[in-house]
Design a protein around this ligand. Sequence first.
Ligand SMILES: [Cu+2]
Length: 616
Amino acid sequence: MIHPLEPLTADEITRAIELLGDDAKPLIARVVLDEPTKSELMNGAERRAAVTVVPGPGTGVREAIVSLTHEKVVSIDDVPDARPALLFDDAINAIFALADNADFKAAMARRGITEDDISAGKVQLDPWPAGTFGVAHETDRRLTRVIGFWRDEPTDNGYAKPIEGVVAFVDCGRGEVLEVQDHGITPIPPGKGSYMPADNEPMRTALKPLEITQPEGPSFTIDGHHIEWQKWSLRVSMDPYEGLVLHQVSIDGRSVVHRASICEMVVPYGDPGPLHGWKNAFDAGEWGLGRMVNALELGCDCLGEIRYLDVVFADEHGNPEVKPNAICIHEEDYGILWKHWDMQGGTTEVRRSRRLVVSFIATVGNYEYGFYWYFYLDGTMQLEVKLTGIMSTQAAESKPSHSAMVAPGLAAPYHQHMFCARLDMDVDGGSNEVYEVDVLPDPDASDNSFAPRATRLDSELRAQRIVDPTKSRTWKIVNPNVRNALDEPVAYKLVPGSTPTLLADPSSSVGRRAAFATKNLWVTPYEPDERRAAGAYPNQSAGGDGLPQWTSADRSLVDTDVVLWYSFGVTHIPRPEDWPVMPVEYAGFSLVPFGFFDRNPTLDVPAPDHCKDHSS
Ligand SMILES: [Cu+2]
């Protein structure tokens, strides 16, 4: 029997669309497993598909639930004002409409770009989420703003040559150009910005082969979407918007996390001008991290004994579409796990650390995001986001006020990449509590004393927190009902990385729409429908949806099933070294056992063979 959390199969997608008939027309934004709730998982769950239909060319989506077990449509709800994430069909509509538009051609002609250049594909057109700024075009439309880049050759880096000054508003549902704004001409930068080997000769030669061999194969097993490795057990799936989702993560038969994903992310730009000030793409909710997943190839993205899982989505016409090798699973050596040289006894014991890596890479326009979940032998989990790809650029003859020059005539606006991880924690069972732990000097003492001070976050409004490295601040997810051998409640702690919060003013458009990023931590009681930090439909949203709305009820967080929402990211002040392609920058956090085990849980890890000769 298929596990209730196994993703929909191609046949199930097809059947769900068949059962919906005319209610699944004309476009499909999403077909996913309607994930069973926790109580359904305990009591037996039917197979259901959740289908998001785009019924017309304007605003409004239709949400349908289809029971595959009972072969019937369970519910259909129309959400009148919502817009789906940008559809591929819509993006293509916008590109074709604009390339054929007289005002756009005139704007290009003012820059010496001819109609022949446009029809030869030398103008790369990038549709962007339009945002919400109170402009008339936004009303009742699925809107995109489109900007252009010049390519002499099809394989050129278009971002080296922004066609500055021109922004087009296109109704992408109807394929109708609404307005072409021309804010004035800036010369196209001279550089090629190529990262291709042929343009970067000579290649360095001293790098000798570094090979990872695992002659006996990997140490993990995969059954469907269930992975087991070194006492860890977890299931994985891919959501079109959230990307990789972890389910039912446990260690040694004890639950840690029920569900984890990046439920939203946003890239707000810090330039207030008309050409870049509207850029604040919600790369999860307005594009879709899963929809943009790369097909990973052996030996290129990962080293060693790699196993892959394909992902099956529905295309926008409801047909199953396989994304091959979308999820990568492998093991990595990670230096030493622990060591001690006992000088008096003359013994040295050392163990190697190793981690299981479950990853995927999404390409969202110019940027690449690699999402790497790590599972360590000592019970630590970690999410590392690797940011790479190409920065969003602008042509500039001198340094703009809110951008950095990265090449002659080329600048990149200051921006942030803010992610929100939704962590449905189940530390040793469903009932958990969250404590903020600050390490502080003893009050009223003028000596060397300091100690951790833990404050229980009792309700939602008190649980909106920011990181504070001066206090070594962490958050502990405690199960008050389960005690370890030292009679302390078992816990995991969330260890933040170095992270900003949103820099845009909270009253600004992106401040309202991406309120999740104004705090690093939010905690809510588990509610199955509360899944996306900026609401289910952030595209052209007015703001206020998701976390600010739910937490305004100030629900209790005491001895209940809690969900943590951790917002983190990077403030990116572009460097010359980030051009033309960005060396990976990292962001993330860890979940570390804290009294979950009674002692170091890795004493049973054997010494590696190559070290045995050296230990006594
Ligand atoms: Cu960046």
